[in-house]
Design a protein around this ligand. Structure first.
Ligand SMILES: [Zn+2]
Length: 220
């Protein structure tokens, strides 16, 4: 599958899942060391066609395509410049994850074992005005080790080695935010004890070969 058709497929998916409304959100993939492929400004993700996608350079200049470059391209570019292991970025406004971001809460407590392994810490980036440099700057304290982040009063961003990986992190993030919301309706969430979190990490490493950056470990 080509990068264009793959990216288009996941644009439709984030819209169908309700992770974005109207013209919200942006998705991109790294093409090579000179270009990235990204959704244009002002287009509904549910209606994106392969030809709508733009090729831009790492300074955000349009290289190929007819649309307008989104002001939020900056958050994608920051991720690609800072991390060689990131080849796909998704920014959305999923309801439950954004609700936690609006309440001023990131996901850094050990609550769900699978989330600890697949997402790690999901920090809350302090509020910044969209389209300004303050938004990518707000990611700087966490970008070296995080695979998912929340933007205060705004939304969420996930990263992947491919677009499918970034998409599944977004889906997992929203699913866990929804579940945590439901747990709080029942009273409160119980966190996993630290010794059990350590056990989880050691099983992940010895059995599944999952190596997690020390800085992204939950519960430490
Ligand atoms: Zn946004």
């Amino acid at each position: 599958m080509s990068l264009r058709s793959d990216l288009t497929k996941y644009c439709r998916k984030v819209y169908d899942k309700g992770f974005v409304s109207a013209y919200d959100g942006n998705l991109s993939v790294r093409i090579d060391e000179k270009k990235i492929l990204i959704t244009p400004s002002g287009k509904c993700k549910g209606e994106i066609e392969e030809n709508d996608l733009l090729e831009i350079d790492y300074d955000g200049n349009l290289i190929n395509g007819l649309g307008k470059v989104s002001t939020e391209a900056k958050i994608h570019l920051l991720a690609y410049k800072k991390r060689k292991d990131i080849d796909a970025v998704i920014h959305c406004h999923p309801i439950y994850a954004t609700a936690f971001a609006t309440a001023g809460e990131g996901f850094i407590k050990p609550v769900f074992p699978e989330v600890i392994l697949s997402l790690g810490k999901v920090p809350l980036c302090r509020y910044a005005t969209p389209s300004t440099d303050a938004l990518p700057d707000s990611m700087l304290p966490y970008i070296d080790f995080s695979w998912a982040m929340l933007f205060e009063n705004h939304g969420a961003i996930t990263f992947g080695k491919c677009i499918k990986g970034a998409y599944f992190r977004m889906e997992k993030l929203e699913h866990s935010a929804h579940t945590l919301f439901a747990a709080r309706q029942l009273g409160r969430e119980k966190t996993i004890p630290l010794n059990k979190v350590r056990e989880l990490y050691s099983i992940a490493e010895s059995t599944y070969g999952i190596k997690i950056d020390e800085r992204n470990k939950v519960g430490y």
